[in-house]
Write a protein that binds this ligand. Structure first.
Ligand code: PTJ
Length: 286
């Protein structure tokens, strides 16, 4: 379903050709998390939702893939967090900006920034550095779903607090951002909306000094009991996600190897078990 939306989006001129490749890469990582939001992603989403809500000038920066996949969620998250929505494209053309703006308006957006691009993100070439003076230039906190690594770094260099959504925990965007949500963009958006709408949401305290200071996002006392750690720390979260993915691959390895073992006939030369033998593991890893 999401794949069809991306393909149709490309035919409609909303998604860039490179967006198809980006989507395929995302699918591969999503497979490693069983296409579910991991606990660390939920913690990041919770932290991100309230960081956006408590920002002075929050901006949700959107591109072709994001708008094709979850236009309604973008509009709703912007409403709940009082965020401006800016179309900010990697492969920028006026035609794509108009089409994407139109798709957001159709989904209920009243104001979409991005057409006016009097601002510049320093360090990026002319087209990629264009942005809105009312949006990204003024923003203190920016949510960037599916962002390219150079631009995430350039936004950080401008002093912005960057929240990314990226299924790849190893991407430069994930490693550069202050809060990295390693989750599929539609799930991530819906989870953030859920956290903001949740029955306990009024009890969530305003962001404290730790939050404002950078990557340590203190959530003491603001999460349902037993569901999340007291602190969210981005590098810790990313490393746990990579560990989960490695664990998933290890499980698959064990299953496949057991099947191979079971398939071996009695009269065949027995193969060494790579699980028992460091040398074989080294060979496999070569
Ligand atoms: O619409 P434009 O012109 O702004 O171009 C958008 C793309 C996505 C083509 C552009 O930003 C790009 O090339 O991005 P990258 O560098 O390919 O990075 C995209 C990242 O998003 C990759 O790490 C993917 O794993 C990840 N990704 C892809 N689909 C999803 C995703 N993350 C979350 N949800 C997805 N559905």
């Amino acid at each position: 379903m999401t794949r069809e939306r991306i393909v149709q989006g490309m035919r409609d001129g909303i998604v860039a050709e490179a967006g198809l490749i980006a989507h395929g890469r995302g699918e591969a990582f999503d497979y490693l998390m069983n296409e579910r939001s991991l606990p660390e992603a939920l913690d990041a989403e919770r932290a991100a939702a309230f960081r956006l809500r408590d920002a002075a000038n929050p901006v949700i920066s959107v591109n072709g893939n994001t708008v094709v996949l979850c236009p309604g969620e973008i509009v709703e998250l912007a409403r709940l967090t009082r965020s401006a929505v800016e179309v900010n494209l990697f492969h920028r053309t006026d035609a794509r900006i108009s089409l994407i703006t139109g798709a957001l308006e159709e989904a209920g957006a009243t104001e979409v920034l991005g057409k006016e691009a009097g601002g510049r993100i320093p360090g990026l070439d002319h087209e990629r550095g264009k942005c809105s003076t009312e949006g990204i230039m003024k923003a203190d906190v920016i949510l960037v779903p599916l962002e390219d690594g150079d631009r995430a770094q350039a936004l950080k260099d401008m002093g912005k607090f960057v929240i990314c959504i990226d299924l790849n925990p190893l991407s430069r965007t994930s490693r550069t951002s202050d809060i990295s949500i390693v989750d599929e963009v539609t799930r991530a958006m819906r989870n953030m909306i859920g956290f903001l709408r949740g029955p306990g949401s009024r009890e969530y305290p305003d962001s404290n000094d730790d939050v404002r200071s950078g990557s340590l996002v203190s959530l003491v006392g603001c999460v349902p009991e037993g569901q999340a750690p007291k602190h969210f720390h981005n590098k810790r979260s990313l490393s746990l996600i990579v560990k989960r993915m490695a664990g998933m691959l290890q499980e698959r390895f064990d299953i496949l190897y057991e099947q191979f073992d079971a398939d071996q006939g009695d009269n065949q030369e027995p193969q060494p078990d790579p699980r028992q033998n460091e040398k074989n593991m080294e060979d496999i890893n070569k």
